[in-house]
Design a protein around this ligand. Structure first.
Ligand code: 5GP
Ligand code: MN
Ligand code: MN
Length: 322
């Protein structure tokens, strides 16, 4: 029996949480668990609590059942998904505080093990992969499979990031056997962009700058530009991935303004730099090749502060590997 199954035994209510600004892995794991419980444990009262997310994920079953506000309900068990530390849970931390028991399922190298029980294999591609291992494969239906597949393709960049393993592909294959329309999931949730999302992507690429001999690329979107195009943070998906693909780039940084002198920072690296260490230094976290944090100051402050850390790591690399 898996750890999750053991914890579900005799449990009457479960709150399912994820991180602020939910992404594909967060939504996929939360709704994957929700649908699995609805189907196989109908006696358990379960609810998903997450911030508003991009409507491109509305094909996931249960998307319309997600609660966006803290309410008076009490849950015996709290399952925290894809969230490396307590702050990532945002306001919904409330349910972790009041629960009798908690389980953290995650894959971030920076995870602080804040759950009562923690299952955090940091070699896993995604929380959906971690969750898959905790479920009974036979009891996964097409709807749950769609959720888990969505999380895997988002965190692996459709099976191309270094976190993708042969095991990831095996799990994806098992999910395909559940009858999912994998092509539609990939197109609709990963590649499809609205006209305006393409425009902001174009703008970010056009305004990007490179430094450290083209080994770093940086771009920023200000709030005034977001207002002009009528976009918010949910429309910025994929910008960092396109920056990362620039030839010769080792580190890509994309930031957008979330408040006065406050920026959401995304970082990606190719081979050498551990961006999770840099993000953790500034109060965030993530993975070795993909991490993020929130920073305050001007755009120049952000670049200056990050570049010191990047230079430190690049300088530490032996000449032959540069
Ligand atoms: P993204 O750049 O796509 O927002 O995030 C990249 C990775 O870093 C994701 O795994 C995400 O969960 C993690 N991450 C992003 N921002 C933060 C943050 O502020 N704090 C922590 N702990 N992790 C973050
Ligand atoms: Mn995530
Ligand atoms: Mn994840």
């Amino acid at each position: 029996m898996t750890i999750l199954e053991q914890m579900l035994e005799g449990t009457k209510s479960v709150a399912i949480l994820g991180h602020v600004r939910p992404d594909g892995d967060c939504l996929g794991s939360a709704l994957g668990l929700y649908n699995y419980l609805r189907l196989n444990h109908p006696d358990i009262r379960a609810a998903v609590y997450l911030e508003e997310s991009s409507p491109k994920f509305n094909y996931l079953k249960g998307y319309d059942k997600i609660r966006h506000q803290v309410d008076d309900a009490y849950y015996e068990l709290c399952v925290c998904l894809d969230s490396g530390d307590i702050q990532r849970l945002g306001d919904f931390k409330h349910y972790l505080d009041q629960a009798d028991k908690s389980l953290c399922l995650d894959h971030h190298v920076t995870n602080t093990r804040y759950g009562g029980t923690n299952v955090v294999p940091d070699e896993a591609s995604s929380t959906c992969e971690v969750l898959f291992e905790q479920l009974d494969e036979e009891k996964i239906d097409r709807h749950t499979a769609e959720c888990l597949y969505t999380g895997i393709i988002h965190d692996t960049g459709v099976f191309k990031f270094s976190c993708t393993s042969a095991h990831t592909m095996e799990i994806a294959g098992k999910l395909m056997e559940k009858g999912i329309d994998f092509g539609a999931i990939i197109d609709n949730s990963f590649y499809r962009k609205t006209y305006i999302q393409n425009q902001i992507l174009g703008r970010a690429l056009l305004e990007s700058i490179t430094f450290f001999d083209g080994r770093c690329i940086f771009s920023a979107i200000r709030q005034s530009e977001m207002e002009f195009y009528g976009v918010d943070g949910k429309d910025m998906d994929g910008i960092i991935d396109q920056l990362r693909l620039t030839e010769g780039v080792e580190v890509a940084i994309f930031i957008y303004e979330t408040g006065a002198q406050e920026f959401k920072v995304s970082m990606r690296s190719r081979y050498l730099v551990d961006v999770s260490r840099i993000a953790a230094f500034f109060g965030g976290g993530g993975h070795v090749r993909a991490a993020g944090c929130t920073m305050s100051g001007s755009i120049h402050d952000v670049i200056n502060n990050l570049s010191v850390h990047i230079a430190g790591q690049l300088d530490a690399v032996p000449d032959g590997q540069k």
